[in-house]
Design a protein around this ligand. Structure first.
Ligand code: ADP
Ligand code: MG
Length: 256
């Protein structure tokens, strides 16, 4: 049994002649401790697939004409929202492209990193403080611990993304979804952040669903690759095989 098993997932927005079929029959599985890359050009349905797993789409505008999503063996497509909230706080987490869209501009970073600990782990504030410091160290922000009372905009883009990673890791999720996590930072910082993610994934034995359009990142990090085009998976398999022997014409274009 894989940690995550997506089968024949479809996602549409709207109804009737306004219906947009964003994802069409996607299947994908991801084992504990493994990295699956989801690649494809902008608009191919990568984020919508990921958001389906987290159940963070704008329902009921978004709906699923077909599909099953099993997490640790349990069907979650029809799980009650309260259960999904618990899973999101505890076992799955997601990092988004733009850190400033996900961080609250009015709250200091300590408050944001510790929130999940106070809510889901019922930690005392002293325990949460210790854990926040541990997380800051884990994501390479040990020098910023004295600035935990600062607001997000007082940090650089790369530091903000590290704060996002710390928040995502606070509860030691089994599954981390990273949706183009380094698009908003410059190239040198990108490499550092990806190394950090890879390192943490190994250390914490997390499954990582990594969304990217950068194939060098895939080569460096992924065990399996799913290539999406226009809502469908056009090629899927072990990363090494796909780089060696791409079958699909679209994959060949991406690689070229
Ligand atoms: P990717 O992440 O691969 O760039 P997305 O998954 O964001 O692409 O989008 C896939 C398709 O779904 C696009 O055609 C997009 O316009 C559509 N889509 C995404 N979100 C919405 C939404 N909230 N309402 C309507 N259409 C949407
Ligand atoms: Mg996207």
């Amino acid at each position: 049994m894989s940690l995550l098993e997506i089968e024949n997932l479809s996602v549409s927005f709207g109804e009737g002649n306004r219906e947009v079929e964003a994802v069409r029959g996607v299947s994908l599985s991801l084992d504990k401790g493994e990295t699956a890359a989801l690649v494809g050009e902008s608009g191919s349905g990568k984020s919508v697939t990921a958001l389906s797993v987290m159940r963070l789409l704008p329902y009921p505008l978004a709906h699923h004409p077909s599909g099953s999503i099993k997490f640790a063996g349990e069907e979650i497509m029809d799980a009650p929202e309260s259960h999904m909230r618990q899973l999101r706080g505890d076992r799955m987490a997601m990092i988004f492209q733009e850190p400033l869209n996900s961080l609250n501009p009015l709250h200091c970073i300590e408050k944001q990193i510790s929130e999940v600990l106070l809510v889901h782990k019922a930690m005392t504030s002293a325990m949460a403080r210790d854990r926040v410091e541990e997380l800051m160290t884990l994501v390479g922000l040990q020098d910023q611990i004295s600035r935990l009372g600062n607001l997000p905009h007082e940090f650089s883009g790369g530091q903000q993304q590290r704060v996002m990673i710390a928040m995502a890791l606070a509860n030691e999720p089994d599954l981390l979804i990273a949706d183009e996590p380094t698009t908003a930072v410059d190239v040198t910082i990108q490499a550092q952040l990806l190394d950090l993610l890879k390192d943490l994934q190994e250390k914490l034995d997390m499954a990582l669903l990594l969304i990217t359009h950068d194939l060098s990142v895939v080569r460096h990090m992924a065990d399996t690759v799913s290539v999406m085009n226009a809502g469908r998976i056009v090629e899927q398999g072990a990363a090494a095989d796909i780089f060696e022997r791409p079958q699909d014409t679209y994959t060949k274009t991406l690689l070229a």
